[in-house]
Design a binder for this molecule. Structure first.
Ligand code: SF4
Length: 401
């Protein structure tokens, strides 16, 4: 099978993993910039494509947003679509007949990716994998990235999955090689994971590699440039949002994760959960909003409002829920309120608050239009603020997600 055919298959299988949507600003990026778009010499490894038109690579590329806001194009693929695990929601699970099993050899993947990079199509690699032979899969993914770094001198962005039960030496090498590592916990605790897999162990196999990685990052200062993330499948284990956000809070506090991703469950045919109802995408959105409150707005887990079923209400975003429950905190005078107070106003975000703080020394805000121009959702903020000492006019907003 040609490299591109394998990439089409294994890239498609990796599509469900959304934990690569953002990436850390890459300290090595400046080194690769001048390499992209270089013309290829006639004896380049692109002999792989000799005599053929290169097929459009776009379907196998994903976009990741760097922490400095820049978008980069990354190749997103599995090392192998073979798997000995039985995750009940997964299209790649063992025994699912309709999935075609293919595997990259480390050199094949490294050389193929290098071609794509040299042609200027991708600046980064996200490498995940099915699990075969326990931790042996991770030896192969590490071997591929090792080749990429040493043989092909690739200095760009690499996000490498740590396999379930990964050993400490492999985790250490992964951190040395990658800019970001991750383990998808999939469920917020051991009890819920049992509803998603009969072959994965939450604490020993999934949490332990994250803990080991965190310990290594504490011990070796040069590892500080590598970040860690995880992902939950939302709704497949009938877990509550309270359980998810409680685990998220611990992951940020104890393991210093850079991000937690939430992926609304969609049933896959020929899996044990094929008849399970899909998760409302609005639930995923509410989890992201609650997550932002924890990470960027100074909220604590105890300040999140859950309904009687321990879920985040779908009809109102979590920040507005909090503001409505605390009328004693509002209205806030935009001209005088502290940064932390302004961040609690629905409709104001970190960027618009920073702009307000910067401008208000020399400018008196009198209209909602002025806040809008700074990027705020001014109508949403109107009931909670004073402009020039007065409540701004309010418009009736019928529905807001
Ligand atoms: S470990 Fe689970 S989620 Fe990952 S590929 Fe195998 S079955 Fe799918």
């Amino acid at each position: 099978m040609e490299f591109q055919d394998k990439l089409e298959l294994l890239g498609g299988e990796a599509a469900q993993d959304i934990s690569c949507q953002t990436c850390a600003a890459n300290p090595r990026a400046s080194i690769i910039t001048h390499r992209a778009h270089q013309p290829l010499s006639s004896n380049s490894p692109l002999a792989l494509e000799a005599g053929k038109r290169v097929r459009d690579l776009k379907p196998w590329l994903a976009t990741a947003i760097r922490s400095d806001g820049q978008k980069i194009s990354i190749v997103k693929t599995l090392m192998t679509s073979a798997c000995e695990k039985d995750c009940y929601y997964c299209a790649t699970r063992r025994g699912r007949n309709s999935v075609r099993r293919e595997t990259f050899k480390p050199e094949e993947l490294a050389a193929g990716f290098n071609i794509i990079h040299q042609r200027g199509f991708a600046e980064g690699l996200f490498l995940s994998s099915g699990v075969i032979g326990g931790t042996r899969t991770m030896e192969k993914t590490i071997a591929a990235v090792d080749l990429l770094r040493r043989k092909y001198e690739f200095r760009g962005y690499v996000h490498l999955k740590l396999m379930p039960g990964a050993e400490r030496a492999a985790i250490e090498r992964a951190i040395e090689l990658a800019d970001r590592v991750s383990v998808n916990l999939e469920a917020p605790n051991s009890e819920r994971l049992q509803k998603l897999s009969g072959t994965k162990q939450f604490t020993q196999e999934l949490l332990a590699p994250l803990r080991a990685a965190r310990e290594l990052m504490r011990q070796r200062p040069e590892f500080a440039r590598t970040s860690m993330v995880t992902q939950f499948v939302v709704g497949a284990a009938d877990e509550t949002d309270r359980e998810i956000m409680a685990t998220t809070t611990r992951l940020y506090r104890e393991l210093a994760l850079a991000r937690v991703y939430y992926s609304a469950f969609h049933p896959v045919r020929e899996t044990p959960l094929e008849n399970h109802a899909p998760t409302n995408p609005l639930r995923e959105r509410r989890l992201y909003q609650a997550d932002f409150l924890l990470r960027q707005y100074g909220f604590a887990f105890d300040e999140l409002a859950f309904d009687a079923d321990n879920n985040l209400p779908l009809d109102t975003d979590p920040k507005t829920m909090w503001a409505r429950a605390h009328p004693e905190k509002f209205p806030l005078d935009v001209q005088r309120a502290a940064r932390e107070e302004l961040l609690r106003v629905p409709g104001l975000g970190p960027t618009s608050v920073e702009r307000v703080l910067k401008l208000r020394h020399s400018h008196t805000f009198t209209t909602l239009q002025e806040l809008k121009r700074l990027g705020a959702d001014a109508e949403h903020a109107a009931p909670y603020i004073l402009l020039n000492g007065k409540p701004p006019p309010q418009q009736l907003v019928l529905f807001r997600v």
